[in-house]
Design a protein around this ligand. Structure first.
Ligand code: FE
Ligand code: FE
Ligand code: ZN
Length: 274
């Protein structure tokens, strides 16, 4: 089973690998830079190489990089949109040197221009950035639909993918907290949700799971993560997710509100069900 959590890159890449090992993880997610924006630090290639070795020796699964929250590819504001494209291009270039094959990003918020406008804008931005030579899979994250967020329905994600030229570079991250808040009942009807996903997007496009419980009720369109078993999704439903035949081989990344020690306990618990 490939399971891990979000870790901080501030102490370097090898350090994240070591922390992962200490807490029983064999994958992890990290921010490519300060999640609230700002410039990324220059890469220390020696440090990255040490992580590569550590991952090989310990049979790690795929690492997942997360784009900064300030990246809004759906924005109608030219400077925000240019920033998003620059950030994405820069991140993809950096990832070529990092043993990380997946990059997840929040599609964006249309901030008043409407979903169709936002979808078009996202796809145009991606088409301007992608060269077709990148070695990283770019994953659109399923969103809760708070505010004017795009990507809270499978149809919206499909619409973006349909407009992207190098669509083979795209995949999807399913965030369990977000989809539940968006009105997909993974607690009572997981099979049906996965069938919808398959019909609209294609289950093969699903590359990563953000494993979170939710503080908010079903269909709330709110985005508040809870610890595993401490929210409205609950442990039983989460166990069904990690053991589901269509999901069990995917990498799982916890984004629960804990430090690495808290994540260690959550992973320990989850592994007992596998
Ligand atoms: Fe996210
Ligand atoms: Fe997430
Ligand atoms: Zn979230």
């Amino acid at each position: 089973m490939h399971i891990g959590c979000h870790l901080m890159v501030s102490k370097g890449y090898e350090n994240m690998g070591k922390v992962a090992l200490e807490i029983g993880a064999n994958v992890f997610q990290f921010f490519t830079r300060n999640p609230r924006g700002g410039k990324a630090k220059a890469l220390d290639l020696e440090d990255v190489e040490k992580l590569r070795v550590l991952m090989k020796e310990n049979d790690f699964g795929p690492l997942l990089a997360h784009a900064p929250y300030t990246m809004n590819m759906a924005s109608y504001k030219e400077d925000t949109w240019e920033f998003a494209k620059r950030t994405l291009a820069d991140d993809l270039k950096r990832l070529e040197d990092i043993p990380c094959s997946l990059y997840t990003f929040h599609p964006g918020s249309h901030t008043g221009k409407g979903y169709d406008y936002g979808i078009e804008r996202i796809a145009t931005g991606l088409n301007e950035v992608f060269t077709g030579n990148e070695n990283t899979l770019i994953l659109l994250e399923t969103m809760s639909g708070k505010g004017t967020e795009i990507g809270y329905t499978f149809e919206q994600l499909r619409a973006i993918m349909d407009k992207v030229k190098y669509s083979e570079m795209l995949g999807v991250t399913l965030d369990t907290c977000h989809v539940f808040s968006a009105g997909y009942d993974i607690v009572n009807d997981l099979d049906n949700v996965l069938e919808q996903f398959d019909n609209i997007i294609g289950i093969d496009q699903l590359k990563a799971i953000h494993l979170n419980d939710s503080m908010k009720e079903f269909n709330s369109r709110k985005d508040r993560h809870a610890g595993i078993g401490e929210g409205t999704i609950g442990l039983e439903a989460i166990v069904k997710i990690i053991t589901h035949p269509q999901l069990k081989d995917l990498p799982f990344y916890l984004e629960t509100p804990y430090d690495p020690e808290g994540h260690r306990k959550e992973m320990e618990l989850l592994k007992t069900f596998r």
